[in-house]
Design a protein around this ligand. Structure first.
Ligand SMILES: Nc1ncnc2c1ncn2[C@@H]1O[C@H](COP(=O)(O)OP(=O)(O)OP(=O)(O)O)[C@@H](O)[C@H]1O
Length: 330
């Protein structure tokens, strides 16, 4: 087991974290020896397909369930041993909190603030932090899903936490709601907080996260700065529209490039510079009508590392090489 990083560098660190469940007489390994490091400050995406163990991990970080084994450190304190010392500095949404539908957003937060002993003056501050100041007096039931989720985020901010943890906060939101929640997360990071956000939609978090950890089957497969992971994955695949695509595919594959159909009559070509594709085809008398340079995304990073799809896309990507063990660290 690798050592924990020095104190004051990570908001969350785990080593060898493990949790198994008994399900219908069978042992299910939900988290299988996870080493996780969430740097202090910024937005950290905790990513992986459904069932990868994200919620189970978050529950262990919050002291809601006990690990079978392993070490958890949150804000430099061992958890669960020193949970009471950290709990006031961590805000989390693991399940949707319940609000009174007929009460305004502000009234709902005032009630929560009173319950946890937070000065009422803080309510307007957190409403402003999540961009709800204008609608604070409207009944909760009139809010859009995105606004409801932002009120949930506001409720976690009442105690002014240093670390906020959101488990799949954009589930069920429309694009506008997703955008609102993303903006809110960026705002929290800009205010100096550490945001840990889990998601099974890698591409969605790519846009908001500074760093990510990608897990599958309870284990870490990649971690580091988003920019570094994307750079390590290369340029991605170029989309090529060409006459006689079957002939073009054979020609391009003979150059050692990864070629597959795009499902719409064109080709996806990996590992080649656009200029080289153009030249190779033109030399053979094949002319392009479309060439879109590829751009790697975190979904492709995941595919390359595991050979499977994060969102059930494995079938569409079969036949691609799966160089195991590549890992970039922040
Ligand atoms: N209480 C439980 N009893 C039995 N098995 C469980 C329990 N909770 C989780 N599991 C199993 O543990 C594994 C990890 O689940 P977990 O919910 O942590 O994953 P996840 O990455 O959060 O997935 P999702 O995005 O679907 O919530 C899954 O196989 C799940 O079925």
């Amino acid at each position: 087991m690798t050592e924990l990083p020095p104190a004051g560098t990570t908001a969350v660190s785990t080593r060898g974290l493990r949790k198994t469940y008994r399900h219908r007489g069978r042992q299910v390994v939900a988290v299988g020896g996870l080493d996780l490091d969430v740097p202090l400050g910024g937005v950290h995406g905790f990513l992986g397909p459904n069932g990868a163990g994200k919620t189970t991990t978050i529950r262990m970080l919050l002291g809601l369930i006990r690990p079978d084994s392993g070490v958890v450190r949150v804000l430099d304190r061992p958890v669960p041993q020193e949970l009471p010392e950290v709990v006031g500095r961590v805000g989390a949404i693991v399940e949707s909190p319940k609000f009174f539908p007929a009460f305004s957003g502000r009234r709902n937060l005032e009630l929560l603030a009173a319950a946890i002993g937070t000065p009422p003056a803080r309510v307007d501050r957190v409403l402003a932090d999540v961009g709800l100041a204008d609608r604070a007096s409207s009944p909760f039931r009139t809010y859009s899903l995105g606004m409801k989720q932002r009120l949930a985020i506001a409720s976690t901010l009442l105690k002014d936490p240093d670390l906020v943890i959101f488990d799949e906060p954009t589930n069920g939101l429309d694009p506008a709601g997703i955008h609102e929640v993303r903006q809110t997360m960026r705002g929290l990071a800009a205010a100096g907080k550490t945001v840990l956000v889990s998601s099974h939609i890698l591409a969605e978090v790519e846009q908001v996260a500074d760093t990510v950890s990608i897990v599958t089957q309870g284990r870490l497969v990649a971690s580091g700065r988003v920019a570094d992971l994307l750079a390590a994955a290369g340029a991605g695949e170029a989309r090529v529209g060409v006459e006689r695509p079957d002939e073009a595919a054979v020609l391009l594959a003979a150059r050692g490039w990864a070629v597959r159909p795009d499902g719409a009559g064109g080709l996806l070509v990996g590992g080649a510079a656009p200029a080289d594709i153009t030249r190779a085809l033109a030399d053979a008398g094949l002319y392009l009508h479309e060439l879109a340079p590829g751009r790697a995304d975190l979904e492709q990073v995941f595919l390359a590392l595991t050979g499977t799809g994060a969102q059930g896309t494995a079938a569409a990507h079969q036949g691609r090489p799966a160089p195991h063990g590549r890992r970039a660290r922040a």
